[in-house]
Design a protein around this ligand. Structure first.
Ligand code: AMP
Ligand code: GLY
Length: 423
């Protein structure tokens, strides 16, 4: 294991603050840079302002500063081939290459792979226009799901339960062209009815380790109402993740997927986020992401008792099997504090108070201005609570929420309730 390492994290969300927080406390890590980072990473690491779309400028920074490992947080640079650019010049980077990133950046690429390798997934058809979808509807019937093929910031999925929703969905997809090029092709899918959970794996191309499970809350308002967001809160682990579900997820989903990527010469190195729907005790893939979730990272990493650096270093160097993984028995809950108006337009620049009090708070849309922490994004902060069970972790998180304030602070009051209702 290398010591005194220098790490560069690309991204600016709560996920990246959680990466930085894990890494700055690691005995093998000397320096952590974040680009662009946020107010939270600024306090514990070094923020640098690099243009992520200019791969050459990132590579220059990595060479000049002797960075030992670069970790790519969000999906856009992965889909844009940043890993391929690093690989061309022989620099270590944690994340899948552009081809393998299609597991997230093309829903149809992912569905085709799943079909070829018998990975449990809903029936689907590739469609390019209304007429094709209308034909598919005869076979699938309602409810069905319309999914823009390309990246759409988590918003490209329309679940159609009624005729009215179906018509509105077609209008959004095709007439309004709401997702631009990402919606030029659509995966029309059988709508699975069950319970959702996500499983996170760290992969080295051949092997993998499971980090944990989590459940996100994607809608803006309580009771899963309102518009879709990047995620308003999460908890880990989820009571849905029985040994049986985990074994099936490994053998019927993760292992065939890693094999598929090896078979086409693009071994999958990176975080594999497996979004599952559990139907009658059987896990089906709703989606893959090729990165950690945000805000799921903010609950998964604090429960990891062994070194994140060791995992990512070993995975990047093809020896994940050498890693030790120990996960806390506790439960973690994160509540997102958002700016009023999110996910639509919202004000910026409100001063934040209460951050100095006890409790783990990961920053997302924040920045330091003249010694004050102010808001600069829609999802502003992620408060994290812990407990010996879900109920006490929820109580802990909401206790911390009370003490952190900014004008227009808005958050869901029911994070974790879905899990409680199952116990
Ligand atoms: P995605 O962005 O693919 O995670 O989709 C967003 C949400 O749409 C998921 O969290 C599910 O709740 C729902 N969804 C997507 N695909 C399906 C499907 N085939 N069946 C049922 N629900 C789905
Ligand atoms: N929280 C969902 C995601 O990161 O895609």
């Amino acid at each position: 294991m290398k010591i005194n390492t220098k790490i560069l994290i690309l991204g600016s969300g709560g996920r990246e603050h959680a990466f930085a927080w894990s890494l700055v406390n690691d005995e093998n890590v000397a320096t952590v840079y974040c680009s662009p980072g946020n107010g939270g990473t600024d306090a514990i690491a070094k923020n640098v302002d690099l243009d992520v779309s200019n791969h050459q400028s990132i590579i220059e920074f990595v060479k000049t500063n002797n960075i030992d490992l670069t970790i790519v947080g969000p999906e856009a640079p992965l889909a844009d081939g940043i890993v391929d650019s690093f690989q061309k010049v022989g620099l270590p980077v944690f994340g899948p290459d552009k081809y393998a990133s299609q597991l997230e950046s093309s829903k149809l690429f992912a569905r085709d792979m799943m079909a070829d390798y018998n990975v449990p997934s809903p029936k689907y058809y590739a469609c390019k226009n209304r007429d094709e979808v209308d034909l598919v509807k005869v076979a699938l019937e309602l409810p069905l799901v319309l999914k823009a093929d390309g990246l759409a910031a988590g918003k490209g999925v329309i679940v159609c339960t009624t005729e009215a929703e179906y018509e509105a969905g077609l209008t959004t997809m095709f007439d309004k062209n709401a997702f631009g090029d990402a919606g030029a092709k659509v995966s029309v899918e059988d709508c699975l009815i069950g319970e959702e959970l996500s499983v996170f794996a760290v992969c080295d191309g051949d092997d993998y380790v499971i980090l944990n499970t989590a459940q996100d809350h994607k809608r803006a308002y309580d009771g899963d109402k309102g518009p879709n967001t990047g995620g308003m809160g999460a908890y880990s682990p989820t009571p849905l993740s029985t040994d049986d579900i985990m074994e099936k997820t490994k053998s019927t989903i993760i292992e065939p997927t890693l094999k598929a990527m090896r078979d086409v010469g693009h071994p999958f190195v990176g975080f594999l986020y497996v979004g599952l729907m559990v139907v009658d005790g059987e896990p089906f893939v709703i989606e893959f992401n090729v990165r950690m979730g945000d805000p799921e990272t903010q609950v998964v990493l604090p429960l990891l008792e062994t070194s994140l650096f060791e995992l990512l270093w070993n995975a990047t160097h093809g020896k994940i099997k050498d890693s030790t993984v120990k996960i806390s028995q506790k439960t973690a809950v994160t509540v997102v504090l958002a700016a009023e108006g999110y996910p639509n337009s919202y004000p910026k620049g409100m001063e934040i108070s209460g951050l100095e009090d006890d409790g783990l708070v990961f920053h997302a849309g924040t920045k330091k201005v003249d010694d004050k922490m102010v808001t600069c994004g829609g999802r502003v902060l992620n408060v994290v609570g812990f407990g010996n069970d879900l109920k006490s972790a929820i109580d802990d998180a909401y206790r911390i929420v009370e003490g952190v304030n900014f004008e227009g602070k808005f958050y869901r009051k029911d994070i974790g309730q879905k899990g409680l209702n199952r116990d």
